[in-house]
Design a protein around this ligand. Structure first.
Ligand SMILES: *[C@@H]1O[C@H](CO)[C@@H](O)[C@H](O)[C@H]1NC(C)=O
Ligand SMILES: *[C@@H]1O[C@H](CO)[C@@H](O)[C@H](O)[C@H]1NC(C)=O
Ligand SMILES: *[C@@H]1O[C@H](CO)[C@@H](O)[C@H](O)[C@H]1NC(C)=O
Length: 118
């Protein structure tokens, strides 16, 4: 319970510090978790459009023998124009994940995605 509260507080503190950037974490990322994949995502804005980007792990045609335990998507835009991330399929407990990143209308995407496993 205490741990949960601390996590929530930390999340709030992060939100406040980075003003409006929407970063997300799914599952658990322990110190012993192994980084399976890291990816820097950048897509320029497109006038009068939402920019959508799908992040797949593993990439098509590549196997992954490991179970995903945690995923982080850090929004690196700190001025309120960043996007958001959702899990479309798979995720913690699976050996694959498809993340959907979506920008705000008229804006681009800048995310750092990390996928951990065991
Ligand atoms: C995360 O950790 C908690 C507590 O150790 C556990 O109950 C939960 O199942 C874990 N979740 C995942 C996705 O591994
Ligand atoms: C985003 O950028 C990637 C890599 O530069 C590119 O392959 C992709 O087509 C872009 N997607 C969109 C929706 O602009
Ligand atoms: C917000 O930040 C992004 C990335 O740092 C930058 O590309 C964009 O021009 C900024 N937009 C505004 C309205 O300041």
């Amino acid at each position: 319970m205490l741990k949960l509260r601390l996590t929530a507080l930390t999340a709030l503190a992060c939100l406040a510090a980075t003003s409006y950037a929407i970063s997300s974490t799914w599952g658990n990322i322990s110190n012993s978790a192994q980084l399976l994949h890291a990816e820097q995502v950048f897509n320029a804005s497109s006038p009068e459009k939402y920019v959508n980007r799908e992040i797949k792990f593993p990439k098509n045609g590549v196997g992954n023998g490991r179970i995903i335990t945690g995923i982080r998507a850090f929004d690196q835009v700190t001025n309120g124009t960043g996007g958001h991330a959702t899990i479309y399929s798979g995720g913690p407990g699976f050996n694959f994940v498809t993340l959907q990143l979506q920008s705000q209308y008229n804006y681009g995407l800048m995310f750092h995605v990390e996928i951990y496993g065991k």
